[in-house]
Design a protein around this ligand. Structure first.
Ligand code: IPM
Ligand code: MG
Length: 369
């Protein structure tokens, strides 16, 4: 049996509660489906700061580098608002992305039929929505140097961030977007700000060249990122795959997420380049944050975390049938009218985190039998 090594980093806030529901699924898959997962655990974010004074310890970084996949909950909360910038909770996540070289962030925005009414847009605009945002994750303004606040000595300071992209970074993320487009609607829309930014001019050129060289069977369109944001809320179903840089991807994926009714629904995968054996380093995390206001109350929606585990089954372990079943289980539970508070609507039955997790596991077991 293949050993499948997972590192669980539940993090802060609702992260641990959501992760507990994934643990149940892992335990079932090991016991009944012979999945052979081994799990180790670590601390990240505020919980790591409290224990070690850093956002992730060297020991946990080593575990992350050695794991086949990392499952990440959420980080941050008001408790750590005043900690130094270098060790703020988010620094743990950014270090994982950078050191594991997870340059490709896949953020699907799928509107489950049962939730079309929970969107802030009209149901007919979002029903059946299925977009994939491919966000560059290890470059751009997030990591560009210089990144500092300097004292100008005249009572003024200057804050500097650097937006920078090299050809290879754009090529490889465009390649991921084109490859994925071929497995779905075969359309890619690339977004940048070439009308203002040099990095946007290069982005546009390199995506165009990459397309011409190796992916001319895929339909390619370019959009300025601001217009892209507008189109996302005007007519979101026009998109199939959107490829964009780190910062635009951060913003546009939150917009896309809200189209689907709740941030609590959306998973993500962050992938590195394949190694000689075709294995990619990978981290899976819900798009939502740590939601400190509802943490510990047992009411958080675990679906984004469970759907992130489904992405892990699909992309890290090629367990396609299991991933399909888990995603079907989520849809079926929603169809049956079971809801956590964030997606509650009239006539549905409101449940807590554990009950939602149990309901999904029950259907998953039936589909796996
Ligand atoms: C995200 C988050 C992170 C980001 C934060 C927590 C650093 O907003 O994953 O979208 O900005 O990338
Ligand atoms: Mg974000």
């Amino acid at each position: 049996m293949t050993a499948r090594n997972l590192l669980l980093l539940p993090g802060d806030g609702i992260g641990p509660e959501a992760m507990a529901e994934v643990r149940k699924i892992i335990a079932y898959m090991n016991a009944e489906l012979g999945a052979g997962f081994t799990t180790d655990e670590g601390l990240v974010g505020g919980s790591a700061y409290d224990a070690h004074g850093v956002a992730i310890s060297e020991g946990d970084m080593e575990k992350a580098l050695a794991a086949d996949a990392v499952l990440f909950g959420a980080v941050g909360g008001p408790k750590w608002d005043a900690v130094p910038y270098e060790v703020r909770p988010e620094a743990g996540l950014l270090r994982l992305r950078k050191d594991l070289k997870l340059f490709a962030n896949l953020r699907p925005a799928i509107c489950y039929p049962a939730l079309a009414n929970a969107s802030s847009l009209k149901p007919e605009l979002v029903e059946g929505l299925d977009i994939l945002i491919v966000r560059e994750l290890t470059g751009g303004v997030y990591f560009g140097e210089p990144k500092e606040i300097i004292d100008l000595g005249n009572g003024q300071k200057r804050g500097i961030d650097t937006q920078v992209y090299d050809t290879y970074e754009i090529e490889r993320i465009a390649g991921v977007a084109f490859e994925l487009a071929r497995t779905r609607g075969n359309r890619v829309c690339s977004m940048e700000k070439r009308n203002v930014m040099k990095s946007g001019v290069l982005w546009n050129q390199v995506v165009t060249e990459t397309h011409k060289r190796a992916y001319s069977d895929v339909q390619l369109e370019h959009m300025l990122a601001d217009a892209g944001g507008m189109q996302l809320v005007r007519a979101p179903k026009q998109f199939d795959v959107i490829v964009t840089d780190n910062l635009f991807g951060d913003m546009l994926s939150d917009v896309a997420a809200m189209l689907t009714g709740s941030l609590g629904m959306l998973p993500s995968a962050s992938l590195g380049a394949p190694d000689a054996k075709g294995q990619r380093k990978a981290l899976y995390e819900p798009v939502h944050g740590s939601a400190p206001d509802i943490a510990g109350k047992g009411i958080a929606n675990p679906i984004a975390m469970i759907a992130s585990f489904a992405m892990c089954l699909r992309y890290s372990f090629n367990m396609v049938a299991e991933a399909d079943n888990l995603e079907k289980a989520i849809a079926e539970v929603l169809d049956s009218g079971i809801r956590t508070g964030d997606i509650m609507s009239e006539g549905s039955r409101q449940v807590g985190t554990t009950e939602m997790g149990d309901a999904i596991l029950t259907v998953f077991k039936r589909l796996s039998a």
